[in-house]
Design a protein around this ligand. Sequence first.
Ligand code: HEC
Length: 148
Amino acid sequence: MIQVRFTEVTAELRSLWTGRAMKRIVRLAMLAVVAVAADVSADGLTTNDAVYSKEQAKIGEQLYKDNCLLCHDKKYFRPVFIAWEGKTLGTMYTVMNTSMPQTNPGVLPLKDYVDILAYMLSLNRYPAGGKPLSNDNNELDSITIAPH
Ligand code: HEC
């Protein structure tokens, strides 16, 4: 919830300050706050608990090809997930939808980011289940990125 509010504030600040440098500072400050908030959550589920569906990952794959492949090949996300172990999917989702694609942050509908996140989980060979990953912040915050 802290994250949502902060994102809104940041969006307002962004609309006030048009300077490119200022935008960058605001974004970096926001990422820092998100990172601090990261460890507060997590009640049980991990990325090993079949938290996304195959169909969703398929949709995410096309979105990834259209919006992310330009800068990130498929192998990019493996070390990212390892570095992020112990943090939550909610934090990664927020980083994605506020800073990516780098050239036009937040340009995609929120649902698209969560579909791409599902594809990233499939790339990292986490198990898929019957239920798609939700873009509800609380739900995403309760799923910890775990080794497998
Ligand atoms: C124009 C280039 C560009 C595009 C397009 C782009 N990114 Fe990025 N991305 C970057 C750069 C640069 C970084 C930060 C440097 C790095 O860690 O490689 C980054 C970092 C990231 C990170 C964080 C890695 C970490 O460990 O903090 C994630 C996750 C990510 N991108 C996901 C995406 C997704 C998802 C998309 C598509 C919606 C996307 N990116 C599109 C350039 C891009």
